[in-house]
Design a protein around this ligand. Structure first.
Ligand code: ZN
Ligand code: ZN
Ligand code: FE
Length: 763
């Protein structure tokens, strides 16, 4: 408990407990410097729950200590809480860093952090020991999560173990006043990792100077695999059309956007519009890829999007390369549907021309994180490097003694663990239907067990019986609980926003697909939710999903399904559907009539597919998930803003209520026969959905008094839909919660599953 302070100069003593990310981030040396500067005696030490500080000195200096502590926290440290007590002085004669026992409890590990300004200055200054050294780092920056093999976070437990410190580095490492005091990955050209440049295929090494040669190769249009923090990037010159088209062939991506890395903000400013918040995210130590509105296009980088994905250099090697190159394509090195590559041996000549790599191993893979800024807050479409493994605190009433493992869903998966009051969610792992990604999933569970000394007491999975994650959960032999997909979606932001136990919310959970508790394909759900359970309040009206997964890959099937529902056999001959051979259309119609491989779906994603296809925007067969909705979103962003929308039916005859978009489909078909511009259809459709959500929210408030609305699910990665819905709800006095530091997509299912596990075991 904080106590009152008397302004006297007599000797006082204070005991402080700091919780948060305060271990392995230079926190103790920071306290050491601060305490000695203010003439305190005492000690600082790691304890189970965080860091304990004991100070003896004057009370006025203590006030200055508290202020400096809060204001000058080391960049990687995050203070969750600070408690202090005035205590009886013990009589210390100096200030020390006490290295005894770190205790049990939960130990935090920092994410990987971009090169700090001091280190950058060193590598740019001729004559410095680390001039142009690509592995320069310090206590404030460098690799963390991706090099730690197990706890405690000491050099011998990282992939730096094999590098013996030289006397100069050792001196810095042992000096509490040095920026590199106890920086585990400390290295220099004499003792640290070394770069090599190899010809792909032959493995033939190229001679010095390596970085300069690599720069020349990129300029000439070669494709290079470059080892970064959590894996390899494939990089090339974005202004070299052949290089970009070869890279697209390698990645088997015809149109899916490629990420760019730019030298600095000024360069990005040339190609994209930048807000204050976007600048802050780009330059943050987490260095995510930020999706930015195009100003000047670079052809073939993101041909279907109105955005470009930019990031800034985050390792010394990137800085050295970008000094000369200004902008590069930097896409993760995975083969299609496989995890990002972390070992050079996995790279064959089919992936690139040259390999720029080094001998510091990667203990754990992590892709670049991807986000955009919506209504001034972040919206993650991929949460990985820079953000993992930040822990998520839980509300006190949920605390449990059990250790819980949650294995997520199937697509865009993550895992989460709970231990001693905190949840840690893994980096994005990809789609588990690929066996390589499934191994990555197993690799990550093992890694978390070692890293957090974690032994699960129970396991939570999705309700879907055939997801690989569910099958894995069953195989563990642990008590196993299954959780409905859309309920898990909603629990994630509930815990992120620390929703209280007595609170109920109306959860809007819109996505492509989740197994419903009635066995149908859910995906447009309004659930009245608290931590213990949900009631399905409303959903998008069911339509046939002809061919199941085939309908996901071929959006025209959903277009046909909605047309048949709206018009019966006599639907208007729309241009987009005349492209499909009538044979195929007949076959799909038969699937629907005879209910073969045709479950019912309430999916909002499939409704987007249908409208996008009808409007002539979607391809017959998609290249990547949500491509059809993404094209509809891009079209809407190009339209003149309008408040107009389509009609729909809100069917309230019985619970759950239904939203039937048949009238909208009829109006769209009618507009299309009049050659209405697809952009207008797109924007009107977005408006319609936002209005429909408002309508259901009004009804729920009237019937239950609930005014907290959660918007989540992969469909809310759509900027226009999210902005419109959030704004219209707020205007009508609803409180809107949405995922902020987690993706609204299936990546956060495992977080929601943990919340449910806690509700089962709390207290
Ligand atoms: Zn640094
Ligand atoms: Zn050294
Ligand atoms: Fe989902």
């Amino acid at each position: 408990m904080p106590c009152s302070d008397h302004k006297t100069n007599q000797l006082k003593a204070y005991r402080l407990l700091v919780r948060g990310t305060v271990q392995g981030v230079g926190f103790r040396p920071f306290i050491y410097r601060l305490a000695t500067r203010l003439n305190f005696n005492g000690y600082v030490k790691n304890v189970g729950e965080g860091v304990e500080i004991y100070l003896e000195g004057s009370s006025s200096d203590f006030e200055r200590f508290l202020k400096a502590l809060k204001d000058n926290l080391p960049p990687l440290a995050r203070m969750e809480s600070l408690d202090w007590l005035a205590v009886e002085p013990e009589g210390h004669h100096k200030f020390i860093i006490d290295r005894t026992g770190a205790g049990e409890s939960f130990v935090f590990i920092s994410p990987d952090i971009a090169t700090c300004p001091e280190c950058l200055k060193e590598i740019e200054t001729p004559g410095e020991r680390r001039y142009r050294y690509p592995f320069t780092n310090c206590t404030n920056c460098g690799p963390r999560y991706t090099i730690v093999k197990k706890l405690p976070y000491d050099r011998e437990n990282t992939t730096m173990a094999s590098f013996k410190m030289c006397p100069d580095c050792r001196h810095e490492y042992e000096n509490p006043l040095d920026r590199r005091y106890h920086a585990q990955p400390i290295a220099c050209p004499q003792c640290g990792p070394q770069l090599v440049l190899l010809e792909a295929g032959t493995g033939k090494p190229l001679g010095q100077p390596l970085v300069e040669t690599a720069i020349q190769l990129v300029k000439q249009g070669k494709i290079l695999a470059v080892k970064g923090l959590g894996g390899f990037h494939l990089i090339c010159n974005p202004f070299h059309p052949q290089a970009v088209s070869r890279l697209r062939k390698i990645k088997q991506r015809k149109v899916k956007p490629l990420a760019l890395m730019a030298r600095d903000l000024e360069t990005i400013d040339e190609y994209a519009y930048l807000s204050r918040a976007e600048r802050d995210w780009l330059t943050s130590p987490f260095r995510p890829i930020v999706l930015l509105r195009k100003k000047k296009d670079i052809p073939e980088i993101a041909p279907e999007a109105d955005t470009l994905g930019f990031m800034l250099p985050y390792t010394p090697l990137h800085h050295l390369l970008l000094k000369e190159l200004k902008v590069i394509v930097a896409t993760s090195s995975n083969r299609k549907d496989a995890p990002i590559i972390k070992d050079g041996v996995e790279i064959g000549p089919e992936l690139g021309d040259f390999i720029l790599t080094h001998n510091r191993d990667i203990a754990m893979r992590a892709d670049d994180s991807v986000m955009r800024v919506i209504n001034s807050g972040p919206l993650f479409s991929r949460r990985a490097r820079g953000f993992v493994p930040f822990p998520q605190r839980i509300p006190d009433f949920m605390k449990s003694k059990a250790s819980i493992l949650a294995v997520g869903g199937e697509l865009k998966n993550t895992i989460s663990i709970y231990k001693n009051g905190y949840i840690v969610t893994s980096q994005f792992l990809g789609d588990l239907d690929d066996y390589q990604n499934f191994s990555y999933f197993l690799e990550t569970i093992d890694h978390f067990k070692r890293l957090f000394d974690f032994k699960p007491d129970l396991v939570i999975s999705d309700l879907h019986p055939d997801f690989r994650s569910t099958i894995y959960a069953r195989s563990t032999g642990l008590p196993h609980y299954l959780l409905q997909h859309h309920f898990a979606h909603l629990l994630a932001p509930m815990i992120e926003h620390q929703v209280q136990s007595e609170d109920r919310v109306l959860g809007v959970s819109f996505d492509g697909y989740g197994y419903g508790d009635d066995g149908q394909a859910w995906g447009g759900e309004f659930l009245l939710t608290d931590y213990c359970g949900y009631k399905r309040y409303a959903h998008l009206d069911y339509v046939p999903l002809p061919g199941g997964d085939a309908a996901v890959r071929e959006p025209w099937r959903m277009a046909l399904s909605f047309l048949l529902k709206a018009f019966g056999e006599e639907f208007p001959q729309l241009k987009s559907l005349t492209r499909i051979p009538s044979q195929k259309k007949k076959a799909v119609k038969q699937l629907i009539d005879k209910k073969i491989h045709t479950p019912l779906t309430s999916s909002a994603g499939r409704l987007f597919d249908a409208v996008s296809y009808l409007a002539g925007l979607a391809p017959e067969k998609i290249e990547f998930e949500a491509q059809a909705p993404a094209r509809l979103e891009t079209a809407a962003s190009l339209a003149c803003p309008t408040a107009r929308s389509y009609h729909y039916l809100f069917l309230k005859d019985k619970l759950p209520y239904r939203l039937d978009f048949t009238p909208a489909i009829k109006e769209i078909a009618e507009e299309l026969t009049r050659e209405q511009a697809p952009e207008i259809i797109a924007i009107k459709f977005h408006n319609t959905l936002a209005r429909a959500i408002l309508d259901v929210s009004f009804q729920a408030r009237q019937e239950t008094g609930i005014d907290k609305i959660i918007l989540t699910g992969g469909v809310f990665l759509n900027r226009i839909l999210l902005e419109k819905t959030e704004n219209i709800l707020k205007k009508n006095a609803f409180k809107v919660l949405r995922p902020v530091y987690y993706s609204p997509g299936d990546e956060s299912l495992s977080l929601g599953q943990i919340a449910y596990g806690l509700s089962l075991t709390a207290r």
